[in-house]
Design a protein around this ligand. Sequence first.
Ligand code: ADP
Ligand code: MG
Length: 439
Amino acid sequence: MMTTTRESLLRLEQVTRAYGLGERRFIAVQDINLEVFAGEFVALLGPSGCGKSTLLRMITGLIAPTEGAIYYRGERVRGVNRYATMVFQSFALYPWLSVRDNVALALEARGTPSDERNSRAEKLIDLVGMDGFESAYPRELSGGMRQKVGFARALAVEPELLCLDEPFSALDVLSAEALRGELMELWTGGQLPIKAVLMVSHNIEEAIMMADRIIVMGTQPGHIVTEFAVQLPHPRRRKDVAFEALVDRIYGTIAGHTEPEATEIGTAPGTPGPTRLLPDSSVPALAGMLEHINQGRGRHDLYKLDEELGVEMDVLLQTVEMAEMLGFAQVASGDIQITPLGQTFAEASILTRKEIFASRVRRLPMIQWVMNMLSVAPDHVLPWKVFHTALSLEFPADMAEQQLDVAIGWGRYAELIDYDDRDETLSLDPSQGRAMASA
Ligand code: ADP
Ligand code: MG
């Protein structure tokens, strides 16, 4: 949506919020500066725990900043911000009230006369596409339908600023996709009685799909890393080159914050220092584990994970190590915690996953060593035996073979290395040959 003058609605100045006192004092977000203008759809994007919900709670006035100030239309927000309402991840509808009464209740709270409430409620129910379900009860509705009622209820108070806290994350993939599309149609069609949207998300593609501006947040303590303007026309399509390029840029920004130290990944074979063994796991195992962790709170007890995933602990630990080595997860005191990069990987399309994986794998000394050998070989091809012999100087023969298998498996998925099992040769993936030749 376009506005000719930039009408400022919301402004945060040096906002910091701490929880707890004394030794338990914990800074959730620090020094946040942010402005939202009329006509904008702004997304706050960041990993769980970076303080997104905390920011929304302050903006809607449910809690106050510890330091700094929040202004709405130039007026300091104290107590509830009557210009803003929130739609939560799972909207708490009253189970004993019908759809109509759930929405009408919000109108009552706002002081709408009783004779108007039902007809107003019905209009809103119609607007969100729930026509015909006025008399249904929440338990009779799917998650997506409940969330639509949640939207209708939030819209009933005619907020200027609609705050959405991961409103699609409790829905299945298809319902979420449908509801996003419907919301965008209403928003871009100017049919919603609101002036701006501020949506919290931890999903890059969702943010790019919907927002005009994406504010990327980081953790410890929560802060703003950078922001991106999204200038693609609606309706947006994930497969567009410009869309994918933006996904790459944003995950690149997030990845830049989780670079593991070079020492953690060892040295290349044949050079001083220990060569860190590649854990014996695969991309499907990695993806499965990260998806599982990401569906929970992003943090998991390691000892429960083997059962949940139906694999033996020793097999699982190889996958955990793979995730750690690539910067997708961190392990501390029996817990595995997914990193922002791991979260991005878990939620990305197949193409983006390949790119993320490639950008991480090519940093591993073992993979670099294979690629360097190939890049100087005639036609970028070398017999498998050459690598095996070289590795056998450092590892026992069976381990050399296993390491080579893993390197080939990862390298193939990343489209860095190719293997031909008829003549048992390794080669640089054609795309790599081109990239290196033109570099
Ligand atoms: P996000 O929505 O980005 O996941 P939150 O705003 O919910 O992040 O939380 C940010 C940090 O503040 C987290 O570490 C969380 O544990 C902590 N936190 C949130 N609410 C409270 C609270 N009421 N008391 C103490 N700590 C809290
Ligand atoms: Mg949250």
